[in-house]
Design a protein around this ligand. Structure first.
Ligand code: HEC
Ligand code: HEC
Length: 154
């Protein structure tokens, strides 16, 4: 990226400013280059296409989100469909695919649990302030759940 930016800088500085403004072609050329670079930077941003994150960090990577979701499944001994709703097609028929961005009761309950976990980990334990609170795991879902979605029934 830096190299590209430097190149543009060199392109700009290699033209006489006056000439540049007399000749619209250069302005168009340079704007196109700049827009291109902005476009490339935007597409290289880490971060995600997730649409409906309210408690997990919005710039979470796909890899991190996957590993967190897997850890929920393991801790509760459930599949993704325990928390995520099924997709409904255009005719109103419920499909086998999950709509991960959609909200349902279990997902909302799980958000409460994530908040509870953040609270416990940041309030009652020393923690590394450089780590996102949602990624702390002195106490994790598994500390209480141990493979049971409803630990009160144990
Ligand atoms: C214990 C409940 C639970 C389980 C099980 C679970 N999830 Fe989630 N998932 C959540 C919650 C809660 C959120 C929203 C987090 C937030 O609001 O920050 C979420 C969000 C997501 C999102 C982001 C959707 C968006 O666009 O906002 C994806 C993708 C996802 N989960 C995939 C999965 C997959 C794949 C599995 C199975 C491997 C899975 N989840 C299992 C609770 C769960
Ligand atoms: C401090 C202990 C504790 C931690 C930590 C914890 N849970 Fe829970 N969780 C419980 C208890 C207790 C219940 C009550 C279940 C019941 O009704 O038997 C529960 C219930 C749930 C339920 C069922 C819905 C409900 O509200 O009854 C879900 C889903 C859930 N937890 C997800 C999670 C996830 C995901 C995490 C980690 C982000 C987590 N929990 C962390 C103790 C905990």
């Amino acid at each position: 990226m830096w190299l590209l930016r430097r190149n543009i800088y060199i392109v700009i500085s290699s033209f006489e400013m006056e000439n540049m403004f007399k000749n619209h072609k250069y302005i168009v050329l340079i704007s196109t280059l700049i827009i291109g670079v902005i476009g490339i930077s935007a597409s290289l941003q880490p971060g995600s296409d997730f649409k409906n994150l309210r408690v997990l960090p919005k710039d979470i990577t796909e890899q991190k989100l996957d590993s967190i979701m897997d850890s929920y499944c393991k801790a509760l001994n459930v599949g993704c469909d325990f928390c995520h709703e099924k997709k409904v097609d255009s005719t109103g028929k419920v499909t086998d695919d999950l709509d991960f961005a959609a909200d349902g009761i279990m997902k909302e309950n799980a958000r409460g649990m994530i908040t509870l976990m953040i609270d416990i980990n940041t309030r009652y334990f020393y923690y590394d302030k450089t780590i996102q609170p949602a990624y702390l795991n002195a106490v994790s879902c598994n500390t209480c759940h141990r493979g049971n979605p409803f630990p009160l029934n144990e």
